[in-house]
Design a binder for this molecule. Structure first.
Ligand code: GLP
Length: 243
């Protein structure tokens, strides 16, 4: 695994944006796997800057997001579709019909997930998957559990994830308890993976994920088995990871 040590959140964002930009320049019709959460916000802001400067063209890029809350419509400000539209897509020249997020409003979970897998397959797979890291080691919404789930599937969010995401909602009771997420197998099929982590609160889980045993109890630990992973993290997040 390639580890890039950044001084702080700003540098982490800049370095990760460099890698995504390089992917788009090298393959203008690439398929990017994208993530939500607070960590990627700085990366998206930098991609928008580069687009505004005329350095990046998204007109042939396609994107597939990792996950979506179940039951939140696209207009809901907390849905991941809303997040992506407002934090990135509306500010660049990507075609809206080239952007994909699991359909959280499809009540038939099996159908929603199978459709999403077909979309990813139809695009020819993911060239570069951007990931954040949940406090409990989740990637996408693959929560700690007894097995690594392979394909896109419905999940019950863990209590710690519901608590962590409560900061975006007015009341904890409004936080969805279920989501649709790409599976670990779907993520591992990406040709390249870029995982970004920031802050001292993630130092322990970074060490467990990248130096500990590979176990579904720490879903991100499976990334140790992928041939092309780049971890871009700031000093605080890397504090427990020996050089
Ligand atoms: C959510 C998302 C994950 C994300 C995680 C970490 O649970 N489903 O994809 O990586 O949050 O979020 P943050 O970057 O805000 O710490």
């Amino acid at each position: 695994m390639n580890i890039i040590r950044a001084k702080d959140y700003e540098e982490m964002s800049r370095r990760a944006a460099d890698i995504l930009a390089a992917q788009i320049i090298l393959k203008p019709d690439c398929v990017l796997g994208l993530a939500t959460g607070s960590t990627p916000l700085g990366v998206y802001a930098r991609l928008i800057d580069r687009y505004n400067r005329g350095d990046l063209d998204f007109s042939r890029v396609s994107t597939v997001n990792l996950d979506e809350y179940r039951g939140l419509p696209a207009e809901n400000e907390q849905s991941y579709r809303y997040f992506m539209d407002h934090r990135l897509f509306r500010h660049i020249n990507i075609r809206q019909d080239h952007t994909f997020v699991p359909d959280g409003m499809e009540p038939d979970g099996a159908l929603a997930c199978q459709t999403y897998e077909e979309i990813i397959r139809g695009l020819g797979g993911i060239d570069l998957q951007l990931l954040g890291l949940g406090n409990n080691g989740h990637i996408g919404f693959n929560e700690p559990g007894p097995i690594f789930e392979k394909e896109t599937h419905p999940v019950d969010l863990s209590e710690s994830t519901i608590q962590a995401n409560a900061r975006f909602f007015e009341q904890i009771g409004q936080v969805p308890t279920q989501a649709y997420t790409m599976g670990i197998g779907t993520i591992l099929k990406a040709r390249k993976i870029l995982i970004i982590v920031s802050g001292s609160g993630k130092a322990d889980i970074v060490a467990r994920a990248f130096r500990g045993p590979v176990t579904p109890q720490v879903p991100a630990s499976i990334l140790q088995m992928h041939p092309d992973v780049t971890l871009v993290a700031d000093e605080e997040a890397l504090a427990d990871l020996p050089l």
